[in-house]
Design a protein around this ligand. Structure first.
Ligand code: HEM
Ligand SMILES: *[C@@H]1O[C@H](CO)[C@@H](O)[C@H](O)[C@H]1NC(C)=O
Ligand SMILES: *[C@@H]1O[C@H](CO)[C@@H](O)[C@H](O)[C@H]1NC(C)=O
Ligand SMILES: *[C@@H]1O[C@H](CO)[C@@H](O)[C@H](O)[C@H]1NC(C)=O
Length: 518
């Protein structure tokens, strides 16, 4: 008769346990994917935050994907011949549209993750007043998503760990150390310029400037971060770039439950490359530890960390910091230079102005670190480029406690998305000439005449501001001085203006320029 009960009480038990475990897992999932997000939405609504209605499980991702091609087509058909600096609606069409509907602060959803969108510097300054650098989190979704790139390096680490890391790393970016990096930067740049001269001599004056600069900036950051040159350097550099592309060239659904299963192949490729990179970096670190003991002096960030830290960082932490320097430092700097070349190509009068300044400040002698600060107009140009085309087009946080802003509460756990491009292009903050290239607005004013100091933040804000900004400024000035002293640039007829948001802000079709020797 009752075969099931009779024959195997064991299986019966097993079945029961199985059902209980499954139900618990399901409950947990239900809680995480449904109850908690719905509760978060309700709370945000009660606190006066509205926004585009999300759907399950994609949140507003579908709207973002749909809006993009439609609006971008419309914009690019208008602007492919005229270079238009009003780029917010080209690069971030969904935010431009939602801003019109919901204002400068609203809520949108990446999958089941709520984000408070902020493009109002007043809101931002009130919000950040009560929060210390170490009390801010970085969104858990991004930490997971970008783990092969940044690990728990300075960019992602939180709390007391962040304080400790920042404290150990800060001296590595000090003036004495930066000074020692000068010759590495000059060498890589001159190699690039010699290549240019040869190519021009052979009759081809057109260059994809983005490619050129990214290659050189990658070489510079590899040398200044962990001192790798030659074969191993090329290998690390190649793997690092390949990993970035594996992670970001795929169709990704950040914040959507189980989306990592969809991107399984890419994720596996990225983590395999990640392991390979870790291995290469580890061998570099070990080699370096030996040579430091032998009294060898390496003037790169890794060498300075090893000297400063005296064993306070584990090998894994050192690897993560090296990767962080690379990913946070090379594309951002390269894009700042790339957009500068586009703007200078459009404005030959500024090329002349800068050439005059370079002649006066540096003359015909070798570039000296101490003289770079004297390139004042070049600083204006750099700031104006970072304003119009910020290479880091947004900054994110995650609340680790309830944060009150003007009586409205942002609940613990809510993500915050600060739209830097929007603030940098806001006529209410900058005036009617907001979309004009006018470096002189930074003459004697660090904030370029912006009505709110937090309206200009290419390097982030508060205690977590970019640690590499002096290194970047130095590299920018060295590369630009060397280029402008030898060449004159103009826009190629093949250039199509289409700034694109892909983690950073880059020209979608590259930047072909015509280069002539002076
Ligand atoms: C034009 C070039 C650069 C731009 C636009 C830029 C932008 C930024 C921004 C916006 C942040 C703040 C991120 C946040 O608050 O979430 C940041 C942080 C950071 N940047 Fe940069 N960066 C540049 C160059 C560099 C370079 C050259 C390095 C290193 C070699 C670097 C290393 C870092 C690190 C480690 C952090 C994390 C700091 C912290 O959280 O304490 N950056 N950067
Ligand atoms: C490259 O790294 C390997 C160890 O992984 C080392 O044996 C070799 O000497 C390095 N080559 C160069 C050129 O640094
Ligand atoms: C915020 O939420 C996290 C995770 O839900 C929790 O661990 C933490 O204790 C909360 N913080 C505060 C201050 O309530
Ligand atoms: C950059 O240099 C300036 C002075 O030239 C200094 O005040 C500032 O603290 C430096 N910033 C960093 C992040 O080292």
């Amino acid at each position: 008769m009752d075969l099931f009960l009779d024959v195997s009480p064991f299986w019966y038990m097993f079945f029961n346990v199985f059902v209980v475990v499954l139900s618990l897992m399901f409950l947990k999932l239900f809680l995480r994917c449904w109850i908690l997000p719905v509760r978060a939405q309700k709370k945000l609504g009660e606190n006066g935050f509205s926004g585009p209605p999300p759907s399950f499980p994609l949140g507003n991702l579908n709207d973002m994907k749909k809006l993009k091609p439609a609006l971008v087509m419309e914009e690019t058909s208008k602007s492919s011949t005229i270079i238009n600096h009003a780029i917010h609606s080209i690069a971030l069409p969904h935010f431009a549209l939602w801003q019109q509907q919901y204002g400068k602060v609203f809520v949108y959803w990446l999958g089941i993750e709520p984000f408070v969108y902020v493009a109002d510097p007043e809101f931002l300054s009130v919000m950040s007043k009560g929060v210390l650098g170490k009390s801010w989190g970085k969104p858990n979704v991004f930490k997971k998503d970008r783990e092969p790139m940044f690990g728990t390096g300075l960019l992602m680490v939180e709390g007391d760990d962040w304080t400790r890391h920042r404290h150990i790393i800060t001296p590595a970016f000090g003036h004495v150390n930066l000074k020692a990096m000068k010759s590495m930067m000059v060498e890589s740049t001159n190699n690039m310029l010699d290549r240019w001269a040869m190519q021009i001599n052979s009759g081809n004056p057109e260059f994809d400037m983005e490619n050129e600069i990214i290659g050189t900036a990658g070489e510079i950051i590899a040398k200044t971060s962990f001192g790798v040159k030659g074969e191993n350097g090329t290998q690390v550099l190649k793997n690092l770039r390949a990993m970035q592309f594996a992670l970001f060239n795929s169709n990704r659904y950040v914040g959507v439950p189980f989306s990592n299963i969809l991107a399984f192949k890419q994720n596996r490729k990225a983590s395999k490359l990640g392991e390979e990179i870790d291995g290469l970096l580890l061998s570099i670190i070990n080699e370096r530890k030996r040579s430091v003991l032998e009294g060898d002096d390496h003037h790169d960030l890794l060498g300075m960390l090893l000297k400063a830290d005296k064993g306070k960082f584990t090998a894994t932490e050192l690897i993560d910091e090296c990767k962080t320097f690379f990913f946070a430092g090379h594309e951002t700097t390269a894009l700042a230079l790339t957009w500068t070349f586009m703007l200078l190509a459009m404005h030959p009068e500024w090329q002349e102005t800068l050439r005059d300044e370079i002649r006066q400040v540096i003359g015909d002698s070798e570039i000296e670190y101490n003289k770079l600060a004297g390139l004042k107009k070049m600083s204006w140009v750099m700031n104006e480029v970072l304003r119009l085309y910020p290479p880091a087009p947004n900054t994110q946080r995650q609340a680790r406690k309830d944060i009150e802003v003007n009586g409205r509460v942002i609940p613990n756990g809510t993500n915050i998305w600060i739209d830097v491009v929007a603030m940098h292009h806001d006529a209410e903050l900058w005036g009617d000439d907001v979309n004009k290239f006018k470096p002189e607005r930074f003459d004697g004013d660090l904030h370029g005449g912006c009505k709110n100091k937090m309206g200009f933040m290419p390097f982030g804000f508060g205690g977590r501001m970019c640690i590499g900004r002096n290194l970047t400024t130095m590299e920018y000035k060295i590369v630009l001085s060397l280029v402008l002293s030898r060449f004159e640039i103009s826009v190629s007829p093949g250039y199509r203006h289409s700034p694109e948001y892909m983690l950073s802000l880059r020209p979608a079709y590259g930047l072909p320029l015509i280069v002539r020797p002076l």
